[in-house]
Design a protein around this ligand. Structure first.
Ligand SMILES: [Zn+2]
Length: 394
């Protein structure tokens, strides 16, 4: 095992083998290191490298051409090739990452037990909250909760985690092993075995038993770019209260029991959609009322609508565009205001320019050609937009 794979080795000594400069940073290679260089979804360690004459912060560790490079921000003194230095890991970060990484193995297997054809896409571990990206047909909170329950059971049982090295041939014999054998070139493979539960090839740092993870708490999941991202935390204590505050508060607002909150919200959303549909039906038959104002010798026709059919408003424009007329209709929908602006052929306003310039003042966008233009902005600017257009046609 590399020293950087020993999970609880937080301090050690080493000798500097190579140094180069990059801006204000030093790129240092050591004869051996306890700093994990990143890999398998686990980020690199951070910490301090120092001796009596020198001290620097380790801000990044990475592999380059088979060598492990420490990117250092020097704090004091200088360091030379062949100098001996002390290595000190940021212990809290390492421990948090061990919990996350161990938790990730447990969680993935727990999900796989619910969905046999589940595929691991990507892992993104972090000190505070991590992500597991998986490909699956259908993921629901029901499935996710079952996996979370199983993961926490495995943690509670404090199962042993065994690390073994084996050849590619030996690895091929273990049919439950999670590995991409075609990616393995040669040499020994490092296998992480959670007793009677999971086999996985991995280079990262893990605890010696599942109990170290504390617990697993899935904060959310969402679907994008063809895979599910499952966000989770480990060893959660206070956050459980923070999350449950939201459900207790929601239950009060909805005047219902906590366990009825999701069902009630679904019902409300359905009702809202039905109302919207009925409203749309109703306004189909409503006349489009237009206000009128005289600006110099021009008739300015305008009004603000909500959720009107676009076609109906365009028909209105065509119908009301009598001589020396400018017409501006605003249609509010889903927080946005759609604006249509037009003028009669006997006027020579640059309608697209007027709309574009007006909307740019309200963080909106618009365009068009000849005597018809349309655009959009936030709906709370609706009145102001009409006022601004009036000013511009004066
Ligand atoms: Zn691992």
């Amino acid at each position: 095992m590399h020293p950087y794979q020993q999970p609880f080795l937080f301090e050690s000594e080493a000798t500097v083998k190579n140094i180069s400069k990059e801006d204000d940073f030093l790129l240092v290679e050591l004869d051996k290191t306890i700093f994990y260089p990143g890999g398998g979804g686990q980020p690199h360690d951070t910490g301090i490298i120092k001796n009596n004459d020198f001290e620097a912060e380790v801000i990044e560790v990475f592999k380059k051409d088979g060598k492990i490079i420490h990117k250092l921000k020097p704090e004091k003194g200088i360091v030379d090739v062949n100098d001996d230095v002390d290595l000190i890991l940021n212990k809290e970060r390492r421990i948090a990452l061990i919990k996350m990484h161990t938790g990730e193995h447990i969680l993935f297997k727990s999900l796989e037990k619910q969905i046999a054809e589940l595929k691991l896409d990507k892992i993104n571990l972090d000190e505070n909250e991590s992500s597991l990206f998986v490909k699956a047909e259908n993921l629901s909170w029901d499935i996710v909760f079952k996996a979370e329950d199983l993961a926490n059971k495995i943690i509670e049982e404090n199962r042993e985690i065994i690390i073994k090295k084996m050849t590619k041939e030996e690895a091929a014999e273990i049919k439950e092993l999670r590995i991409k054998l075609e990616r393995i070139k040669s040499g020994k493979i490092r296998i992480i075995n959670i007793k009677d539960f999971d086999w996985s090839a991995c280079t990262g740092t893990h605890a010696g038993n599942t109990g170290f993870t504390g617990n697993i708490f899935i904060t959310k999941f969402n679907f994008n770019h063809g895979s599910y991202e499952i966000r989770f935390k480990t060893d959660v204590k206070k956050e459980l209260f923070d999350f449950s505050k939201i459900s207790r508060q929601s239950a009060s607002i909805l005047a219902t029991d906590i366990n009825k909150v999701p069902g009630l919200i679904e019902k409300l959303i359905k009702e809202k959609d039905e109302f919207k549909e009925k409203y749309r039906e109703l306004i189909k038959n409503l006349p489009v009322e237009i206000k009128e104002e005289k600006i110099n010798n021009i008739t300015f026709k305008y009004n603000i609508f909500e959720n009107y059919e676009r076609k109906k408003l365009i028909d209105t424009i065509n119908e009301k565009l009598t001589e020396k007329t400018v017409i501006c209709l605003v249609n509010k929908s889903n927080g946005k205001a759609g604006i249509m602006l037009s003028c009669s052929p006997d006027l020579d306003y640059d309608i697209p320019k007027i709309l574009r310039e007006t909307l740019s003042e309200f963080n909106g966008k618009g365009g068009g050609r000849d005597r018809f233009a349309q655009g959009s902005a936030e709906e709370n600017y609706s009145e102001d937009i009409i006022e601004e257009i009036k000013k511009r046609i004066k």
